[in-house]
Design a protein around this ligand. Structure first.
Ligand SMILES: [Fe+2]
Length: 364
């Protein structure tokens, strides 16, 4: 095989015909893949028969059942970042915790992790992904990023300290509450509390919801957050220089007499885990979670509309190609419920877009 590898079919064929070092030169990190292994960056497993088309790839945790189509684009192998991390969890300060919990479970299909207070929510096999703290802020309190490699985590700490950034260890109590092995926290240029951790624990029970067919997570993490910032360039520089993230692309659109410019950054195969813009409103513009089945976008959208929530139309973005809708959560910030997001792959070029949506997403 010559040239760059493309989709999953190419990968499967390569696994069967190429030695590991040849795979590595084609940008594949999981060079030792064998039939039956999960393919890094997507919810599929390698199959033995190279003639099988993409559509018959098996969702690992749903047996042979395919609820919805898996886009070939979402199964491609991503390029390596300077330092891989993933958005592991978010803590929200919410004035009406009960309403938010009900919204998440009954409309979106999230799962409550136990009956503890504050409530913690699950979307996958992790012990929790979203914590709902009692607070009048109705905004993001902290965002947790996981680095699997402890050495990398320590390197990050040294780097931050070398840049005169104050870094604080998570106490044992903090670690127990977050269900992580260890980590530290610091403030980004916009005073957002960032936590970098290792060993975010898995749950003892499988994710279960009668309203969800599961969410895309794994090494792509919880989803993405979009934050309002004071200085776009300063923020981008911090996340690139200090945290090893990379700009995926930009969207610039008119906003009144001015322009709204949004920067999207990745730190793993997900198109973006964070995005920033100088804009009015809350610190957290929205959190995005990505369903595995397109059916869940349509069905949860209908439930949100029927529940009388402020729900926009379904649409698709031009950069990450996410099919999604936005709904205003009981805390006032939005949640984007998506499906079919594109991943960072190959020789990525940072593009400029001049529209937020290819179609749809009209506000109601
Ligand atoms: Fe988004």
């Amino acid at each position: 095989m010559s040239g760059r590898l493309g989709g999953v079919r190419d990968l499967i064929e390569a696994v069967l015909s190429e030695p590991a070092d040849a795979l590595a030169t084609n940008g594949i990190r999981a060079a030792a893949l064998a039939p039956g292994d999960q393919i890094r960056g997507c919810n599929a497993v390698a199959r033995q028969n190279p003639a099988l088309p993409v559509e018959v790839l098996r969702c690992e945790d749903r047996g042979a059942e395919l609820i919805g189509p898996i886009l070939p684009d979402s199964c491609r192998v991503a390029v390596k970042n300077d330092m891989d991390s993933s958005l592991a969890y978010c803590g929200f300060g919410v004035s009406d915790v009960e309403a938010w919990t009900s919204f998440a479970v009954d409309q979106l299909g999230l799962m409550r992790a136990g009956q503890g207070d504050p409530p913690h929510l699950r979307i996958d096999d992790r012990s929790w992904r979203i914590a709902l703290h009692h607070s009048p802020k109705d905004d993001l309190l902290y965002a947790g990023f996981e680095i699997e490699d402890e050495e990398q985590l320590e390197k990050l700490r040294v780097k931050l300290l070398g840049s005169a950034i104050e870094v604080f260890d998570l106490s044992q109590t903090d670690c127990d509450q977050r269900k992580v092995q260890h980590g530290f926290h610091f403030a980004d240029p916009n005073s957002v509390r960032l936590e970098f951790v290792t060993g975010h624990a898995k749950a003892d029970t499988p994710f279960q919801s009668d309203k969800s067919r599961g969410f895309v997570t794994g090494d792509q993490g919880l989803g993405h957050i979009v934050l309002a910032v004071a200085d776009l360039e300063q923020t981008i520089s911090f996340y690139e220089q200090q945290l090893g993230m990379r700009v995926s692309d930009y969207i610039t659109v008119p906003m009144g007499d001015a322009k709204l410019r949004i920067a999207f950054l990745h730190c793993n195969p997900r198109h973006h885990s964070v995005a920033f813009a100088v804009m009015p409103g809350k610190r957290l513009n929205h959190l995005m979670i990505e369903a595995r089945a397109v059916d869940d976008v349509i069905l949860s959208h209908r439930r949100c509309v029927d529940a009388g929530l402020k729900t926009g139309e379904i649409g698709r973005h031009p950069n990450d190609l996410m099919l999604s809708y936005y709904v205003t959560t009981p805390a006032g910030f939005d949640l984007e419920f998506g499906w079919g997001g594109r991943m960072i792959e190959g020789d990525w070029t940072v593009a400029e877009y001049d529209q937020i949506s290819l179609w749809g997403h009209q506000k109601t």
